[in-house]
Design a protein around this ligand. Structure first.
Ligand code: FMN
Length: 328
């Protein structure tokens, strides 16, 4: 199945769009560990169209991140089109992804994200308008429906394809489910079978083995990983090993985890500046990287108290070289 942008593998692995997580530093880390495609966190079409600097800053990326999609959301086709045109002109990503999956109240209240799924003519109108406004490929990310009564992923996906979506990601839960229950992979299989465009499966991939299982069970064209990547970018490389029928590389050692966390922190420092906000935002990554490690709780306590990225770097170096000293 051909993707509308170039990908390094027949069966690409995607880092999911994640607000507050899939920012440039983490995207770069995941690309380095084998994510084939990355997507920005969702960006407000209204914010883009108004040219709000903070919103525009969220879309910056570096060439090493390509192929990258910028994901936009909104419920007004004209504003979505304007935003897509600006994204194309200002940032030239590899594709524009439309978010029809976000369940967050403040987004769906204005019919953005999964709110659109209540009105398929709105979904179609947005896709058509965005396609007309950009020369880039346009892809969509959907849930299975608004709620159980309107649950019909195949119908929704067919309408998206008809309106011009060039690839589609399905997170097979409804909006009302939020993140409860299991993602229904059978729905990914049904959508993959019904569509001609590539269908990317998403939902509940926690291990490299899950990637193989989703491919086998659904016949999807690629998989997208969100929460499973938290503090664990190695998941991509390990999954690639399995996909290529190689022995799976071992889990990272504590030193490898720390080196990667440090590299991630340094990227954040360079790209986002050593502000208190960068440090506070980064705390969650520290928590994830240090999960399950020796003395993790004490270490996390220190890391959660940081006010600057420089402090974090010092704590990591201390842990790494301190433990090297005590091991010597
Ligand atoms: C912290 C967080 C932020 C998210 N932000 C977005 C977003 O900006 N756009 C989007 O389409 N989905 C977003 N999602 C949904 C994920 O992309 C994905 O569809 C969902 O988490 C299911 O995949 P998983 O089981 O691999 O986590 C977010 C999920 C999480 C956990």
């Amino acid at each position: 199945m051909d993707f509308p942008y170039s990908v390094a593998h027949d069966f690409p692995l995607f880092l999911a769009p994640m607000a507050g997580v899939s920012e440039s530093p983490f995207r770069q880390i995941c690309r380095g560990y084998g994510a084939d495609v990355v997507v920005s966190e969702f960006i407000s079409s209204v914010g883009i169209s108004l040219g709000i600097e903070r919103v525009l800053a969220e879309m910056r990326f570096e060439p090493v991140e390509r192929p990258i999609g910028i994901q936009i959301y909104g419920a007004d086709a004209t504003i979505m089109a304007q935003a897509a045109g600006m994204v194309t002109e200002l940032f030239e990503p590899d594709f524009v992804d439309i978010n029809f999956g976000c369940p967050v109240k403040k987004v769906v209240r204005n019919n953005g994200g999964s709110g659109c799924l209540k009105d398929m003519s709105l979904v179609r109108g947005i896709i058509r308008a965005v396609r007309d406004a950009t020369s880039l490929p346009v892809t969509v990310k959907i849930r299975s429906g608004w709620d159980e009564t309107q649950r019909d992923p195949v119908e929704i996906a067919l309408r998206c394809q008809e309106a011009g979506a060039q690839a589609l990601t399905l997170h097979p839960r409804t909006r009302t489910q939020m993140y409860q229950g299991a993602a229904n992979w059978d729905e990914i299989a049904a959508v993959a079978q019904a569509l001609e465009i590539p269908v990317i499966g998403n939902g509940d991939i926690r291990t490299p083995e899950d990637v193989l299982a989703m491919r086998t069970q659904t016949n999807c064209a690629g998989v997208m990983i969100a929460r499973g990547s938290f503090g664990n970018p190695w998941l991509f490389a390990q999954a690639r090993d399995l996909l290529e029928a190689r022995a799976k590389r071992p889990d990272p050692t504590p030193a490898e985890r720390f080196n990667t966390a440090l590299e991630h922190a340094r990227l954040a420092l360079r790209l986002q500046g050593d502000t208190r906000t960068t440090a506070l935002e980064f705390r969650k990554h520290f928590g994830w990287y240090t999960k399950g490690l020796r003395d993790a709780s004490e270490l996390r306590q220190r890391l959660f108290a940081i006010e600057s990225m420089a402090e974090a770097e010092a704590i990591f170096c201390d842990y790494l070289y301190g433990s090297a000293r005590s091991a010597a």
